[in-house]
Design a protein around this ligand. Structure first.
Ligand code: GLA
Length: 723
C-alpha cells in the first residue's frame, strides 16, 4: 500500500532567503513534471504525467514525502552517504575523505530560449560541505521532449572524487512498469526484449569504453501499467547522449514505484574533480506519450531533426559505396570505373571505403596501416585529388572512409607514438580487429585526429562526405597521459567530443556517417555531430527489416544509412525496397547488373527522390510489426499530409505466408482523397494491387492490401492526394 500523506501546503517558508515548501511545475505541450521542495528543503518528483489545464491544481498533488521513513525514495537527485538507502544518483568523496552528501534546495531559474524551448535550472547545495549541484531540465514543448542533466561544482579547497554522477533521476508512480531493452553483437544489432520490471534493480550498461553500444545501446522504452502498443498506452522512450560507458538503473522501490537513474557508468571511473571545477554530465533525452510507442518515437524524430542532428531538416545524399564490391583491392582505374557507375546508377555520391592509405605498412587488409593517413602511392599515385576530379567529371560527389581514433600496431603511427595508444604498459596487447584505440584524453591525440580530417578537407576542398568508423572497444584501459586513471573513460569521450566540436565549427554541414563496425555507437550524443549512422554490417535484407524497425523507435529514417548489397538470397527488388525505407545507398558491382536490374535500380533512385520528403522529414507510422506478422509494413506521410509511401515486406516463408488482409495506414487526413498506386515495380511486372482513389478514412480504417506473397515479397505503394 502506498502511503500518500498531506496534500501540499502552499505556504511559503523562508529560511535565509530560500523558499521551501513549494512546487515547481515543468510543462511541455501535453505533459508536466511536478517537483516539490519539502519543508526541510529536499527536492522530490511528485508527478510526471498529463498536464493539467489549471496550473494551480498542481498544488493539490499528494506529496511523495513520507512514502518511506527516509523521505527520499522520490528524490529528484538522490544522494549517498546520509539517510538514503536506495540507489543514489550522486555519490562522492569529499576532500577530507568523508563520503556523505546531502543536497537541499537553494533556488531556481527559468530561461526561455525560444518560443518552443525553455530551461528550468534548480540549484541544490550541501549544508555542510561546499558542493553544489544544478539540475537542468530543457523542455522542447511542441515535441514533448525533455533533456535533463546536472552540473556538479566542487567549491571545496581540494580535489573531490565523484563516485557516481547520473544525468537524470526520475520517479514514476504506477502499478507496474514494462521495460523494452535491446541487446546485440556485431551484425546482430538491436534485438529487443520486453519484460515486466520486478522489485530491485535492473541495470543496463556498457563497460566497452569505445564502440560502447556493441552489446547494448543506451536506449530503452518504459511502458506504464501495461506494455504500450503502437497507438495506445503510456510510454517513455529515453536515450543517454553519451558515446562511452553508460549505466541505467531501473529500481522498482519498496512502494512499487520506479526510480530511473541514468548517466555515465561509474565503473572504474571515480572521477577526480579539482577544487573550483564543475563537472557537467551528459544529457539524457526522453519523451512521454499517452498514445503509444508510435507517437513517442515521432516526438523523438521531430526533436532530433529540429534540434539535434546535423542538418536534420536538410536533404541527404544517395550513394554508391565500394566496400563490398572491392574490399581493400582497388586502384585508380577500378575506382574511375566505379565513378562512372555512380553516375550511371543516378546516385549523388561515390563513397571510397577502407584501404586507400598507408605506405610503409600498406592497408591491404585489416592487419596494417591504420593510423597512417597518407594516400597509398601504389593504389592511388595521383592522390585523393584525382578521384575528387574524376567524380566532378562524372557530375557526382566524392566521399571517403576514415577511422582516425584507431591504430594498427603495424603502423608508423604506433612506432612513433606508442604513448598515444591505450594499452597496459606492463601487459601484452589485446586487440579487436587487430587494432588498438588512441588515447583521446590526450590533447595531442585530439589534435592528431582533428588533423586527419582537416588535412583531407584542406587538400580536397570539394570532399563532400565522411564515413567515420570505430571498430574496436577499449581493452586494457590505461592512458599514459592521465594523471589519474579513474578519469580516463570519461575523458576519452570528452576528448572525442572536443574533436567533433572543432570539426563541426570548421565544417558545420558536411554530411558524415557515424559507423562503428555497424551500429556500435548509435546514441544521441554522437548523432549531434553526424547526419546519419550505419545500423549494422548485416545488410541481409530480411535481417535489416528487423534492425531498421527497432532503430526506428529511436531515430528518424533519414539517419539510417541503408545499403543495397549482395547479402542474402532475396531478389534485388526486395533489397532495394528495404534500403529505401531510410537513407538509400548501394554497395554492389553496378557493371554486373543485368540490363533489367540496372533499369530497375535507376528507376528506384528516381522514385526514392520523389518520395524523399516524406521519408526524410515526414511522420513515420509502424503499421505491422515483423515480429508478429508475415508482412511488415511501415508508412511515411509528409508534413502536409498530401503524400505518403508505404513499405511492405514479407518476413515469413511458411506455407501461404502473405498479406491476407488489408494493411491499415496511418497519419493521413481522413477527409481527403488519395490515389493509391504500386511503385518501384520491376520492369515488365504488372501490379496486383487494387489501386485507385480512396478517402484517407478508408485507407486508415479498412486499409489496402499490398498483395504481398512469395512471388511478390516486397511492395511499395504511393499515396498521393487527389483533389
Ligand atoms: C567496418 C564498417 C564497414 C567497412 C569496414 C572497413 O566494418 O562497418 O562498413 O567500412 O569497417 O574496414
Amino acid at each position: 500500500m502506498k502511503k500518500f500523506h498531506s496534500p501540499l501546503a502552499a505556504i511559503l517558508l523562508f529560511s535565509v532567503n530560500v523558499v521551501y515548501a513549494q512546487i515547481i511545475p515543468i510543462e511541455s505541450k501535453s505533459n508536466a513534471i511536478v517537483l516539490h521542495v519539502n519543508s526541510d528543503g529536499y527536492l522530490s518528483m511528485v508527478y510526471f504525467g498529463k498536464k493539467l489545464a489549471d496550473k494551480n491544481e498542481y498544488q493539490q498533488i499528494p506529496s511523495t514525502q513520507n512514502l518511506d521513513e527516509s523521505n527520499l525514495y522520490s528524490s529528484a537527485y538522490t544522494t549517498a552517504g546520509t539517510h538514503n538507502v536506495l540507489e543514489p544518483a550522486i555519490a562522492l568523496t569529499h576532500a577530507d575523505g568523508n563520503k556523505s552528501l546531502d543536497l537541499k534546495y537553494v533556488d531556481q531559474s527559468l530561461v526561455k530560449l525560444s518560443d518552443n524551448v525553455s530551461q528550468t535550472n534548480i540549484r541544490l547545495k550541501d549544508p555542510v560541505y561546499a558542493v553544489e549541484v544544478v539540475l537542468h531540465y530543457k523542455v522542447y514543448a511542441a515535441e514533448d521532449v525533455i533533456e535533463q542533466w546536472s552540473e556538479i561544482s566542487n567549491l571545496e579547497k581540494k580535489e573531490i572524487s565523484l563516485n557516481k554522477y547520473a544525468s537524470v533521476n526520475l520517479y514514476l508512480q504506477a502499478k507496474s512498469f514494462w521495460l523494452k531493452q535491446y541487446h546485440g553483437e556485431w551484425a546482430k544489432e538491436m534485438r529487443p526484449e520486453e519484460e515486466k520490471l520486478t522489485h530491485g534493480i535492473k541495470t543496463l550498461d556498457s563497460k566497452l569504453g569505445a564502440r560502447a553500444d556493441l552489446l547494448q545501446p543506451p536506449s530503452f522504452i518504459i511502458s506504464i501499467d501495461k506494455p504500450a502498443g503502437e497507438d495506445e498506452g503510456d510510454v517513455l522512450i529515453g536515450n543517454l547522449e553519451w558515446s562511452g560507458n553508460f549505466r541505467v538503473d531501473l529500481e522498482v522501490d519498496p512502494t512499487d514505484n520506479l526510480r530511473l537513474i541514468a548517466g555515465i557508468n561509474n565503473y572504474a571511473s571515480d572521477y577526480k574533480l579539482a577544487a573550483g571545477a564543475v563537472f557537467e554530465t551528459p544529457k539524457f533525452v526522453y519523451t512521454l506519450s499517452h498514445q503509444g510507442k508510435g507517437e513517442a518515437s515521432r516526438n523523438l524524430h521531430n526533436w532530433a531533426r529540429k534540434y539535434q542532428l546535423v542538418d536534420g531538416e536538410g536533404p541527404r545524399l544517395t550513394l554508391l559505396n565500394n566496400w563490398e564490391s572491392t574490399f581493400f583491392s582497388f586502384d585508380e582505374q577500378k575506382l574511375s570505373e566505379i565513378l562512372k557507375d555512380t553516375k550511371k546508377l543516378g546516385v549523388d555520391l561515390f563513397l571510397l571505403d577502407d584501404g586507400w592509405f598507408a605506405n610503409k605498412y600498406p592497408r591491404n587488409d585489416d592487419h596494417a596501416g591504420l593510423g597512417d593517413w597518407q594516400v597509398n602511392k601504389t593504389k592511388l599515385p595521383d592522390g585523393v585529388g584525382f578521384l575528387v576530379k574524376e567524380a566532378e567529371k562524372n557530375s557526382v560527389k566524392f566521399g571517403i572512409w576514415v577511422e582516425p581514433e584507431m591504430v594498427n600496431p603495424k603502423s608508423e603511427l604506433y612506432e612513433n607514438h606508442p604513448d598515444w595508444v591505450v594499452k597496459q604498459p606492463r601487459r601484452g596487447d589485446f586487440m579487436m580487429r587487430n587494432q588498438l584505440v588512441l588515447d583521446l584524453s590526450n590533447p595531442k591525440v585530439q589534435d592528431f585526429v582533428f588533423g586527419v580530417i582537416d588535412d583531407l578537407f584542406t587538400k580536397n576542398p570539394n570532399l563532400a562526405y565522411i564515413k567515420w568508423d570505430c571498430n574496436s572497444v577499449i581493452y586494457n584501459a590505461y592512458s599514459a597521459y592521465e594523471k589519474d586513471q579513474s578519469n580516463f573513460y570519461v575523458d576519452y569521450v570528452k576528448g572525442l567530443y572536443k574533436v567533433m566540436d572543432r570539426m563541426r565549427q570548421k565544417y558545420p554541414k558536411v554530411p558524415m556517417m557515424l559507423c562503428s563496425g555497424g551500429g556500435g555507437r548509435v546514441d544521441y550524443g554522437a548523432l549531434r555531430y553526424f547526419t546519419e549512422y550505419w545500423p549494422s554490417d548485416n545488410t541481409e535484407p530480411q535481417e535489416r527489416v528487423y534492425i531498421q524497425w527497432e532503430y526506428s523507435y529511436l531515430y528518424p529514417a533519414l539517419t539510417s544509412s541503408n545499403h543495397v548489397t549482395n547479402w542474402g538470397k532475396e531478389p534485388l527488388k526486395y533489397r532495394v525496397d528495404v534500403a529505401m525505407m531510410g537513407k538509400l545507398g548501394f554497395d554492389i558491382v553496378v557493371g554486373k547488373l543485368s540490363a533489367n536490374d540496372l533499369q530497375f535500380c535507376q528507376q528506384a533512385v528516381k522514385t526514392y527522390k520523389e518520395f524523399s520528403e516524406a521519408i526524410w522529414h515526414g511522420n513515420q507510422y509502424r503499421l505491422q510489426s515483423p515480429w508478429d506478422n508475415d508482412v511488415a509494413a511501415i508508412n511515411y506521410v509528409d508534413s502536409l499530409k498530401s503524400r505518403a509511401i508505404v513499405f511492405n515486406y514479407l518476413v515469413s516463408h511458411r506455407f501461404d505466408a502473405g498479406s491476407h488482409a488489408p494493411v491499415k495506414l496511418g497519419g493521413l487526413d481522413p477527409a481527403r482523397h488519395y490515389e493509391v498506386k504500386e511503385v518501384n515495380l520491376y520492369p515488365g511486372v504488372i501490379s496486383a494491387v487494387k489501386g485507385g482513389i480512396y478517402s484517407g478514412e478508408y485507407l486508415m480504417t479498412v486499409g489496402i492490401n499490398p498483395e504481398v506473397r512469395e512471388e511478390r515479397p516486397s511492395v511499395i505503394l504511393s499515396i498521393e492526394e487527389r483533389k
